[in-house]
Design a protein around this ligand. Sequence first.
Ligand SMILES: *[C@@H]1O[C@H](CO)[C@@H](O)[C@H](O)[C@H]1NC(C)=O
Ligand SMILES: *[C@@H]1O[C@H](CO)[C@@H](O)[C@H](O)[C@H]1NC(C)=O
Ligand SMILES: *[C@@H]1O[C@H](CO)[C@@H](O)[C@H](O)[C@H]1NC(C)=O
Length: 807
Amino acid sequence: MRQEKLYDNSIKCKIDTHKNEKTFPRYRFFKKLVPIVVITFAIMLGICGYMEVRVKTPFSKDKLVDISRLNKNHYYWGSYRPGVYFGMKTKEPFSPVTGLMWYFQSTLQTGGKGLRHWCTQDDKLEKYGWTKHDGKNFGIQEIVDNKVLLKTSFIKYNHGHNGGDWTAKINVSHIEPNLRNKKISLLYYIAIENKTDGNIKPLIDYLSNSLVGIEGQTKELGYFDLSFNVVSENVVDQSYLVTTTPDLSYITKSVLINFQVAIDKEKRKKKIVLPSETLKTNNKQISTPNLIVLQVTGELPLELEVIFEHHNLENQNKKLTGENYNKNLNKYEKLFDVKFEEIFNLNSKGYTQDEINFAKLAFSNMIGSIGYFYGSSQVQSILNGAPISYWKAPLYSAVPSRSFFPRGFLWDEGFHGLLLSNWNLDIEMDIISHWFDLMNINGWIPREMILGEEALAKVPQEFVTQDESNANPPTFFITLQYILDHKRDELLSNHMDLLKKLYPRLNQWFQWFNLTQIGEIPGTYRWRGRKYETNIELNPKTLTSGLDDYPRASHPSIDERHIDLRCWIALASKTMAIISEILHKPSHEYKSTFKYLSNNNLLNKLHWSPKTNTYADYGLHTDKVKLQKLSQTSKQIKSTEKVRVVLEEPKNQFVDSSFGYISLFPFLLRLIDPSSYQLKKILEDLQKPELLWTKYGLRSLAKISPMYMKFNTEHDPPYWRGPIWINLNYMTVAALHHYAKVDGLYKAEAEKIYFKLRDNIIKNVIHQYKKTGYIWENYEDNLGEGKGSHPFTGWTSLTVLLMAELY
Ligand SMILES: *[C@@H]1O[C@H](CO)[C@@H](O)[C@H](O)[C@H]1NC(C)=O
Ligand SMILES: *[C@@H]1O[C@H](CO)[C@@H](O)[C@H](O)[C@H]1NC(C)=O
Ligand SMILES: *[C@@H]1O[C@H](CO)[C@@H](O)[C@H](O)[C@H]1NC(C)=O
């Protein structure tokens, strides 16, 4: 899902698929069918016009979130731009956006290196992230850049008028005293998208030629002011920019191209500033700018307040600035601390203040990385020749990583929901509503959401298209199951109407999985989207499973059975049965599907490998594959490229050599009998260091597996072939907790492992955070070091729930 090296574009149309499946014995049978297929296809072409648009036909006109009647409530404004270091916007398809940039006068390079705006790992900041954020009223972030601490915070003030006001504060100081005083330049901007019905204009003091504020007006917000308050004696320079920018993804460039070099008169030093004039295009003054930037340069400490207010409010004396701001921030911090302890109980569990601060930061980054996006995805179904646009829609969703994945991911969001629903069920139900509004008439939800210019700018074109044949683990069922287990009363008393409206969509989602991902024989399921014909991948990826390169059958075929998918469907049917009952809908079908899929005899017949005594996938497989440089005699392929060589005819069998996360799924989703031999064996296997056990958590693939830490192509490093991932570790700890509680023969054993594993994970994630300043995408299994993208405060933040023992 994540490394995005290769785009999985396998199944373009049905005919292709059959061609690709020619390695199967079944293909010979298909050949006889060719004339029939051709005729059928001709008939299908006729109805294609209709079928083609189905992919982009919404499930229903009746949306869960009605954006024409937006609720300008407490959640209207927020730090909903997770992809920038700091910025505020509304939950509105087209909204004014504001944001922060900064640079040091001494280190800004031509070309713009050194100008901070969008979160990127290339900036190599020592750390950044929300230390406290409640998703609703306020947030406090700490950014450390070259030993300089930028504290960015905001408080919202909801007076019930057009979404309320807010103040943001940027306080810059040295983290170590006695450092040579650096000059920092802060830039704060407001921009409005072209499609916003409104405008902004600068308020200039013409005597000093300085920007004192900005006035604006939009249909949704009415008239508003953005004013600035520089609280410092150390300001050496102030300048501004009033211009137009083609779109939001272009803001950095628009600022860069307008930088000017000025000479500091007293010290005869060069400085980089903004032009401080309203720019002209074609010799005409811009009358409708869409980007206005204030620049303040000063020595540390330096502080800037940015105040957003609606016109004509009576309570001017209660302005959220200065001491009043600090007082309010203090109040919100205290409320946050109290609520945090109430929910997670870390203090009473004996954690140190350091550990609790870590947990607050991990949680705050999860909730503080919620974004609001608007746009349309590129989608593709087997009936479309070329990708087409999905309908335009909003998405309110957390993101896995602000620097690397600042957009919505379907299966990640289910894990995020576990944390969020503990804190604020209103937010979580709103997020669920937005995702389920993205479901089409067939019941499909695209697995990656790249909406709007800002989001799109971060993704290479080739990865943009979402394929309608492809699933992704339906983790929202874990979230819903969690809510039903822990928050049922609140759900039923506050969100009953929503649940009723959600139900047909959940139903359709389930049906889509149960229909399109079905296997060849009853009771089996198969992830679609693997490449049938590839001679460069060591083991064709299964991006749809969420576990990208986790090794499956070496030769994708329609006879495959995927154990993890089967378990996901079992969980889904169980949750659907419960929800159906609550809503007095027919639940019989779901109950019987759950009963069928959780029948241990059938499960074991289909997936328990008698050879290794482990759960496994089944399919056309051989272990005897390797990547090899072709001899120079081969003309078709560049001689430098490695290709896969198959040294043995694959045959249908259990994929015994891939013991790892997927082998645990019947246990993870709590389907196996608590007194079964299978449970006993899994508990034994869990603890073996030559398999998954490490001091830092469970690695994804057994150390003894031939695919352990193997590159998938020459350029595609291992991802789910060894590293420790926290979402699956969380599921394992939760399952151990479950089997330690329910009656059965192995309670004590489960409990013993529970404590050890939980402890290992928590210790390492915290240790690595202290060492590096970051929470990571995954952890390497030899020393436990953080790897991959960072900060990764999506599912790695589940560490907080491990600390709190909430499963
Ligand atoms: C700015 O932050 C520094 C360091 O955290 C703090 O000492 C100082 O009081 C803050 N300034 C204001 C005006 O809040
Ligand atoms: C938005 O407006 C600016 C300035 O008027 C213009 O240059 C730009 O092309 C517009 N962009 C779009 C996407 O319409
Ligand atoms: C899921 O699919 C199977 C096989 O087609 C079917 O027997 C079962 O009834 C379906 N379950 C539900 C809840 O629709």
